[in-house]
Design a protein around this ligand. Structure first.
Ligand code: MTE
Length: 309
C-alpha cells in the first residue's frame, strides 16, 4: 500500500453530530406530519435516503465529522492522495449500475441499484480502522450483505466470496496507472460475508453514498482493516478457494487474506498497537477485532491469527 503520513486534519468545524442529528430529526419529523412540501427546495432536491431505521449497531463514540469522512479517503481508482477522491470523483456517474451475484449459487441474480435502495435500510454506526493507523466512526446506511446471499442460495461448495469494483478507466482515471492490479478485488470467507455485521452500504450520514466513499454501493466489514471494505462494487462471486485480493497480489508479505484488526500483529513496516482517530490529537489503543470481538472472535476459534493475518 502506498503509505503517506496522514496529514493533520482540521478538527470538527463542519457538520458535527449534534447538527446532523437535529437535521435528521427535522426531516424525519416533517415527513411524519406530511409537510414535506414545505421543506426548503434544497431538501427536496437532496440526496437524502428516506425511511431509515435505527439499528442496534451503534458505537457509543463521537461520530467523525461528515467533512472528514468525505475528504480524507482511500480510493485509488481516483487518486492516491487522501484529498484527491473528493475532487476527482465529483462527476463520477453511478447510473445505470448493477451488481451481479453469481458463481457457486443456485440462483444467480443481477440487482439494479434502484432495487438495492428499496431494501429495508438501517443506520449503523461502525468504527472503521485503516491499516495505515487512523480510524473513524461513521453512521453508515445499508443492510446485511447476507440478505442478498440468502436470495442467491450458495451451493455446498461455496466457501468464499469475492468482491469486484467497477473496471472503467474512462470513469475511474486512477485505473489508467498500474498502481494496483485493476479491477480492485477483495474477499471474505463465506461465514464472514454472512455475518450480520457485514454491511452492504448504500449511504452515510443520512444521504446516498458520496462518490469518494464508494458510490453507489460498497462493502463495510468493521472488524477488518479498511481495505477489505470494497468500494463501488459490480460483482459478488461465490467461489471455492480464497480469492487473491489486489493488496495480496501487490504485497503478499504485508497484506494477508484475513486482515482482522489486530494490535498484536504488526504490519512489517509499522506497529498496529495504536491508532489516531481522525479529528483527535492523542492516539488511542487499537482494540482486537476493532472492538467487535464479542461478535466475531468465535469465527476464528483455534486459528493462529499471527499466521492467518
Ligand atoms: N475500494 C476500492 N475499490 N479502492 C480503494 O482504493 N481503499 C480501501 C477501502 N476500499 C479502496 C477501497 C481502503 S485502504 C480504505 S481504508 C477504505 O476503503 C476507505 O474508505 P473511506 O474512504 O470511505 O473511509
Amino acid at each position: 500500500m502506498l503509505i503517506r503520513r496522514p496529514a493533520d486534519i482540521a478538527p470538527s468545524e463542519i457538520t458535527d453530530q449534534t447538527i446532523y442529528r437535529q437535521r435528521r430529526n427535522f426531516i424525519t419529523g416533517a415527513a411524519a406530519i406530511g409537510v414535506s412540501a414545505f421543506l426548503p427546495t434544497q431538501a427536496t432536491a437532496s440526496t437524502k435516503l428516506p425511511n431509515i431505521k435505527k439499528s442496534a449497531y451503534q458505537v457509543n463514540e463521537a461520530l467523525t465529522p461528515f467533512k472528514d469522512v468525505t475528504t480524507y479517503n482511500n480510493f485509488y481508482e481516483f487518486s492516491t492522495d487522501k484529498s484527491g477522491p473528493a475532487i476527482i470523483a465529483r462527476n463520477f456517474t453511478t447510473r445505470p449500475w448493477t451488481v451481479t451475484v453469481d458463481g457457486l449459487v443456485h440462483k444467480p441474480m443481477t440487482f439494479d441499484i434502484e432495487d438495492l435502495l428499496k431494501f429495508s435500510l438501517e443506520e449503523r454506526v461502525y468504527r472503521l480502522r485503516c491499516v495505515e493507523g487512523w480510524s473513524m466512526v461513521i453512521p453508515w446506511l445499508g443492510f446485511s450483505l447476507n440478505e442478498i446471499l440468502k436470495r442467491v442460495q450458495p451451493t455446498g461448495s461455496a466457501k468464499y466470496v469475492e468482491f469486484t469494483t467497477l473496471l472503467d478507466p474512462e470513469r475511474m482515471p486512477g485505473q489508467r496507472y498500474p498502481v494496483l492490479n485493476w479491477p480492485y478485488v477483495e474477499g471474505l470467507r463465506l461465514d464472514e460475508a454472512q455475518h450480520p455485521l457485514t454491511l452492504l452500504a448504500l449511504g452515510l450520514y443520512g444521504e446516498v453514498l458520496p462518490n469518494q466513499n464508494g458510490a453507489p454501493v460498497r462493502i463495510v466489514t468493521p472488524w477488518k482493516y479498511g481495505f477489505k471494505s470494497t468500494k463501488s462494487i459490480v460483482r459478488i462471486r461465490l467461489v471455492e478457494s480464497p480469492p487473491v485480493s489486489s493488496w495480496m497480489r501487490a504485497a503478499p508479505s504485508e497484506y494477508g487474506f484475513y486482515s482482522n484488526v489486530n494490535p498484536d500483529v504488526d504490519h512489517p513496516r509499522w506497529s498496529q498497537a495504536r491508532e489516531r482517530r481522525i479529528g483527535e490529537f492523542l492516539k488511542r489503543k487499537t482494540l482486537p477485532f476493532n472492538g467487535y470481538g464479542d461478535q466475531v472472535a468465535s469465527m476464528y476459534a483455534g486459528m493462529d491469527l499471527k499466521k492467518y493475518f
